[in-house]
Design a protein around this ligand. Structure first.
Ligand SMILES: [Zn+2]
Length: 384
């Protein structure tokens, strides 16, 4: 037996209710009767002539190749676009979206985080001006159907077998990462092919590359053409690391600096220590005035910010340099280290910068991250 919605096959999750067999694994979304025909939403008919779009900047020649390949192959294949942080990965699928809309097909852009849904909705609405672009996430679920649906991965449960093409962004981010139920729900909302956009591939995608069941496009170049900054690693006792950190801050004080730390507690402790020497602040998932603190940092009111992984994604600060304190801590994995180091050198004005990993011991994930950055710089593009 298999749940038609979350694709669970583990018998221990199935139970016989008064109306029939049900799946306990995805029950928090809405009950489904496993052996019954599933309701498919009727939705709206895709509009004619809504596939035109305008780019803010022309694509680079490497971006263009990936974009063309994706649009060309998407009708027949699932596609993985593995692109380094700052490579402009959203733009890589605009041609694919346009092609789908011109064929009157339904497109979904699914993302883990609600905040990104709101931002991306705005961006797609500005890009595809003739199309109806709707956002569906917590707080926005009145209007469910458009030519392009931008939604959190959670909301895909509303669209059983509805989309002709589903673009899944940040499949390496919480809460999608490692969540079988969300993976199944996203998969079954799409009756056509999927496009995965990510900077770090997980085991599922690695397996699919191995099986040759997915087209793998890789882009390791940023639009400004500069190399990805390769993190430097220092291993020492914690007390010595603090000394190295202070020296590093003094040496880079003219630039905005983010110091990433593994836990909320360490963010506070390090703040109480560093504020004796520098004007600084700290943010973590408990910060009530997170946006305000980040805005003040952006405006250069202070140049040193201590942060947990809450800032590892989606934040672009011009000219920022990064230090990851205790980069070998178990809270960080390869994906989060890549995301944190990927904050450096993202803009055309400041395409370079420095990233330092301070560790208390050898760590495989730190070495992997460094190796991956070096490899990316040696090989800018890869198409299978
Ligand atoms: Zn299920």
């Amino acid at each position: 037996m298999q749940c038609p919605r979350c694709l669970n096959e583990d018998d221990s999750y199935f139970y016989l209710g008064s109306k029939g067999w049900m799946c306990r694994k995805c029950i928090s979304f809405k009950r489904v009767l496993i052996l019954e025909e599933q309701d498919k939403p009727i939705g709206i008919e895709p509009k004619d002539d809504c596939g035109e779009y305008v780019l803010r900047y022309p694509l680079t020649s490497l971006q263009q190749i990936v974009s063309d390949q994706c649009a060309k192959l998407v009708l027949e294949n699932d596609i993985l676009i593995e692109a380094i942080c700052g490579a402009g990965k959203t733009e890589l699928v605009f041609a694919t979206i346009a092609k789908m809309l011109k064929m009157k097909k339904r497109v979904c852009f699914a993302i883990s985080r609600r905040q990104v849904v709101l931002e991306l909705h705005q961006r797609l609405a500005n890009t595809f001006k003739e199309a109806k672009v709707v956002k569906v996430c917590q707080g926005f679920s009145d209007d469910l159907y458009g030519d392009i649906v931008v939604c959190t991965t959670h909301q895909c449960y509303r669209y059983y077998q509805y989309f002709d093409c589903l673009i899944l962004d940040e499949s390496d981010a919480f809460p999608y990462k490692g969540n079988d139920v969300l993976a199944g729900i996203v998969r079954t909302s799409c009756k056509g092919h999927m496009v995965y956009l990510t900077a770090t591939i997980d085991n599922y995608l690695k397996q699919r590359i191995k099986d040759k069941s997915i087209v793998h496009l890789q882009l390791n170049a940023r639009p400004h053409g500069y190399d990805l900054p390769v993190p430097k690693k220092i291993i020492a006792f914690k007390g010595i690391l603090l000394g190295i950190l202070i020296k590093w801050i003094y040496e880079h004080m003219e630039k905005p600096l983010i110091i990433f730390v593994p836990t909320i507690q360490i963010s506070k402790q390090l703040y109480y220590f560093l504020h004796l020497f520098f004007k600084c602040d700290y943010v973590n998932s408990k910060s009530l005035n997170l946006d305000e603190k980040i805005n003040r940092f952006r405006k250069n009111e202070y140049k040193l910010l201590i942060a947990t992984t809450i800032l590892e994604r989606g934040v672009t600060i011009e000219n920022v340099n990064i230090c990851v304190f205790m980069a070998d801590h178990k809270v960080f994995d390869e994906a989060s280290l890549i995301q944190m180091s990927g904050r450096v050198g993202r803009t055309f004005k400041y395409p370079e910068g420095e990233c330092l990993f301070l560790c208390t011991k050898q760590s495989e994930q730190v070495d992997e991250c460094i190796k991956k950055s070096q490899k990316a710089n040696a090989n800018k593009m890869f198409v299978v």
